[in-house]
Unconditional design. Sequence first.
Length: 337
Amino acid sequence: MIDYRSDTVTRPTPAMLEAMMRAPIGDDVFGEDPSINQLEAMSASLFGMESAVFCPSGTMTNQIAIKCHTQPGDEVICDRLSHIYQYEGGGIAFNSGASVRLLEGNRGRLTADQVRESINPDDVHKPASTLVSLENTANRGGGSCYDFADIQSIKEVCLQNNLRLHLDGARLFNALVAKNETCRQYGEVFDSISICLSKGLGTPVGSVLIGNRPFIKKARRIRKVFGGGMRQAGILAAAGIYALEHHVSRLAEDHRHAQEILAAIRTKDFTGDILPVETNIIIFEVRGRFTAPELAARCKEAGIFVMAISPTQIRMVVHLDISPAAVAQTIAFLNSI
Ligand SMILES: *Cc1c(COP(=O)(O)O)cnc(C)c1O
């Protein structure tokens, strides 16, 4: 089975499992897990930020960040396709009692002008705009990447209007590799950054929220309230440390594989519009001979799992467990139908 449904489906490699087996552990709610402490320190220093906290999921790191940055009744500005809005179970309302201003960005990316225009005036009738949340890469944008200059312009608008800036960096490392950027650049601009270890980096579980010391102190309290305080979770943190050391630069290979598969998809008569492929995600329209669910079913018969994300769209995500041989097999199958 070759599984392109998501980059969350990866299994730990033997070397990663070995690192997990060897991890020194303790009770992290007491602050005594050496592996978690190491992962948190390593993550903060990678971004040139003060502190970090390890959490079970990217949904939790995002929701904790929103909770820390807002008061009930505040407004969060984000793209309409954002994970924080589309795929976190209504958590912005449920956890933070905040309202949302949804903007129509370009493949999930906002501009500084759009953000400026959506900030409410200081008027009792209006919810207070206090937080902007960006996503890089943008999942529903087909793994699109921001130009860093555009992020800097958005930051300017936030500073001028006293808004905080959060990054949902579930796939930030894909963006860094694709655009040849550094963690430090991002650490200088954002008030908080969430990274996922369980997507392209290939760990079984875990995300890290990074920020300044007072913010992370508050985030630790909210993590406990949300039920995310874990005990000997150093076995998971060890996988994260291993991934940060060994699985970042190899993302370029996933991006190359995505381009190879894209070239095969392009030649098919059932292919409609294709979103530009900038990283490890391919989203394309299906027309004519197949609907998207029919094409997904046809692929499944051949042991190739893809996701129909709408009646007309297929999403394929390339990751660590997609080998060069699997890519070749996929291309051969596509050429055969
Ligand atoms: C996967 C993902 C998350 C976090 O999801 P979890 O499954 O809760 O870890 C957050 N943002 C984006 C853009 C994602 O793709």
